[in-house]
Design a protein around this ligand. Structure first.
Ligand code: ATP
Ligand code: MG
Ligand code: FE
Length: 340
């Protein structure tokens, strides 16, 4: 099935063409990062407006790059939630208009479902698997038994991993969003320079909390007589990253052992992080487990990642009506029961 996918949940407007839930023919992403950077975070109203300007352009570009026209499209999958309501509505309204005008089936897909199924676009990963979703709004552990069959094993109690990276980057004067900058600096720093806390590491659950590390960073920055620069900045970045990554890896591996899951998927924007990739690969290898990361373009927000679930639902005839609405809060384990 040839599916057009549309993503507009936050600050990336994206459209993709995916064949049979496997082959990505085009995956166009228009990022609004520059628009929001001066405000130090995503401004919802601006995001909606920018999506409106970009959505037709990215769809046209995706079709052109894929070498197809709307006549060839057999189904449409769109992010239904979670996300910013105004942003989601732009994608949904566009998807519904196209589905109505062309009389093609439509389905709403969960944004995190997109993230954690993304590696299936590049390689075979057999179910069941453990998924660590680390992004701007999530640090969640899910058990994935199949498409549409998800169980939440743990979640963040406060800041998400990406949010912690972004807030710490801001504290260090590295701009927004700063996750990738911290990652780059950390590569040349000493991860043992400062002993930041490892929250909930020894708690007997699979939840995460990152606001304490951020507060420790705030105190560290305040205790300095001047701005942190040069090698000291690299050491601070490396030590912060080490604390976050160690908690993520150790808790993920503990969950894999407890739930006896042989395969681990790490997804979402923070899955681009080089330190996380390295430590997770090492720890998984020690335990004889396999770990899968999507390539960076499929970790960041993009529409192609919706193609796996979208294709499966459309082929099963699980289509939405034209009154499909956004779901700003939508726990992933409720997806199966609430597709239409
Ligand atoms: P969600 O998926 O939870 O709705 P989102 O869609 O805004 O949130 P993503 O686009 O998946 O989030 O990820 C963006 C986040 O990833 C940002 O917080 C960004 O700083 C972070 N990030 C990107 N690259 C890296 C990196 N190399 N190291 C650490 N964090 C990174
Ligand atoms: Mg984003
Ligand atoms: Fe995302």
């Amino acid at each position: 099935m040839l599916v057009l996918t549309i993503e507009s949940s936050c600050d990336e407007t994206s459209a993709a063409v995916v064949r049979d839930g496997q082959q990505v023919l085009a995956n166009i992403v228009a990022s609004q990062v520059d628009v929001h950077a001066r405000y130090g975070g995503v401004v919802p109203e601006l995001a909606s407006r920018k999506h409106m300007q970009a959505i037709s352009v990215v769809i046209d570009e995706a079709l052109e790059k894929a070498g197809v026209t709307l006549d060839d499209i057999e189904g449409i999958a769109v992010t239904r939630g979670p996300g910013l309501v105004g942003a989601l509505l732009v994608g949904l309204a566009t998807a519904k208009a196209l589905a109505f005008a062309r009389n093609i089936p439509l389905v709403g897909v969960h944004h995190m479902e997109g993230h954690i199924l993304a590696p299936l676009l590049e390689q075979e990963v057999a179910f069941p698997y453990l998924a660590l979703a680390v992004s701007g709004g999530h640090s969640h552990l899910y058990r994935v038994d199949g498409i549409g069959r998800y169980q939440i094993l743990g979640r963040t109690l406060d800041d998400a991993a990406g949010e912690a990276f972004d807030k710490v980057a801001k504290l260090l004067g590295l701009g927004y969003p700063g996750g990738a900058v911290v990652d780059r600096l950390a590569a040349e720093g000493d991860p043992a320079a400062i002993d930041f806390p490892r929250p909930l590491l020894h708690k007997d659950n699979f939840d995460f909390s990152f606001s304490g590390i951020k507060t420790a960073m705030l105190y560290h920055v305040k205790a300095q007589s001047g701005p942190i620069q040069g090698q000291q900045l690299k050491d601070v970045a490396a030590s912060f990253q080490q604390a976050v990554v160690e908690v993520l890896c150790k808790k993920t591996l503990r969950a894999a052992r407890q739930f006896d899951l042989q395969r681990i998927v790490v997804a979402g924007g923070v899955a681009c992080n080089k330190g996380l990739r390295r430590m997770m690969a090492e720890m998984a290898a020690e335990q004889g487990r396999e770990v899968f990361f999507p390539s960076p373009a499929l970790c960041q927000d993009n529409a192609a990642m919706l193609g796996v679930a979208g294709n499966a639902y459309l082929e099963q005839g699980l289509c939405a009506d034209l009154d499909l609405n956004a779901r700003v809060n939508w726990p992933l384990d409720q997806v199966g029961a609430t597709l239409d």
